[in-house]
Design a protein around this ligand. Structure first.
Ligand code: MG
Length: 309
């Protein structure tokens, strides 16, 4: 906890849930293969730091994401604690079967609101991707699972530029109709600014999408992630995606995605008196350890300030 004082701002929730995406969204972008022991330790240390939602791995085919080819082993080895959710990304029916066999209770499907990214990432149009998700979501819900639907490129797309709000509203509405229990709005290339965040959230809420079902997933590519998060909280959002130490945002890779660092978020929430259940010192120590494992400094400002890592 920061010892520099706490002052509340009006219009913010008393508490939020941080959805930690480092072990999946962060590590999947790492080129050097990370040993399964380190992945398991990362997840367990993050739980020890207070996390209750940790996206742990992905059932995507190892051909596409070799880094997460050990998904089953990670899930088997992590000491899953009661009261903690360990969501797993599932691309299709087969992935869902594998997840169910391992006793997974939370899954996520990864969609796009733009045709360009849907084609590049899933080799399917947006409509075809929703057709692919339909039986997966239905079967998961029948089995009592929670299902998060990711919407990537909500505020901008590298091929299409600005993304019209109606497209996001359309895909969001369809994912909820399929049975998704939560929607995560992704600023995949980090181009959003607070006014545009407000505009999209207002439109989604006006389209009867319950704000309690909306999570935000900001990337810090242009340094806007915290400002965008604060705006989302002022609009009633209470679930925020973040990545331990900013994993996924390798400052030396051209494909830097720049996930919002959990510690940067936590510093702000601590100062605002918004409860997360997270211990910033434990988070920062964990990220400093992970940075050492990866052989480069953490891109998180808070991790560097707190640990010198
Ligand atoms: Mg991300």
């Amino acid at each position: 906890m920061s010892s520099y004082g706490v002052d509340h701002l009006p219009g913010l929730p008393g508490s939020i849930t941080v959805c930690e995406v480092g072990p999946r969204d962060g590590l999947q972008n790492e080129s050097g293969l990370i040993p399964v022991e380190a992945k398991v330790e990362l997840v367990e240390r993050l739980v020890d730091a207070g996390h209750t939602v940790i996206e742990t791995t992905s059932m995507v085919h190892p051909k596409w994401v070799p880094q997460l080819a050990d998904a089953e082993e990670v899930l088997r080895r992590v000491d899953r604690k009661p009261g903690v959710r360990y969501p797993v990304l599932v691309p299709n029916r087969r992935g869902l079967d594998r997840a169910l066999d391992l006793g997974v209770t939370d899954i996520a499907v990864f969609g796009s609101v733009t045709e360009s990214f849907s084609t590049a990432n899933l080799n399917r149009s947006v409509a075809e991707s929703l057709e692919m998700f339909a039986p997966v979501v239905a079967r998961a819900r029948e089995a009592g699972l929670a299902v998060r639907g990711y919407l990537s490129m909500c505020w901008g797309d590298p091929w299409e530029g600005e993304v019209p709000i109606f497209r996001v509203v359309d895909v969001a509405t369809k994912l909820l109709r399929l049975g998704c229990t939560e929607l995560s709005l992704g600023d995949t290339i980090g181009v959003a600014t607070p006014g545009r965040v407000a505009g999209l959230l207002d439109a989604l809420i006006a389209a009867q999408i319950p704000v309690g079902r909306i999570a935000v997933h900001f990337h810090d590519t242009y340094g806007q992630a915290l400002a965008n998060t604060l705006t989302a909280l002022q609009h009633g959002v209470t679930t925020v995606d973040a990545s331990a130490g900013g994993l996924g945002g390798c400052p030396y890779a051209r494909s830097a995605t720049g996930n919002l660092a959990t510690e940067d978020l936590q510093w702000q929430m601590d100062g605002l008196g918004v409860r997360t259940g997270l211990d910033i010192d434990k988070l920062a120590d964990t990220s400093a350890w992970m940075a050492k494992e990866l052989g480069r400094p953490s891109p998180s400002r808070a991790v560097r300030a707190l640990t010198g890592a």
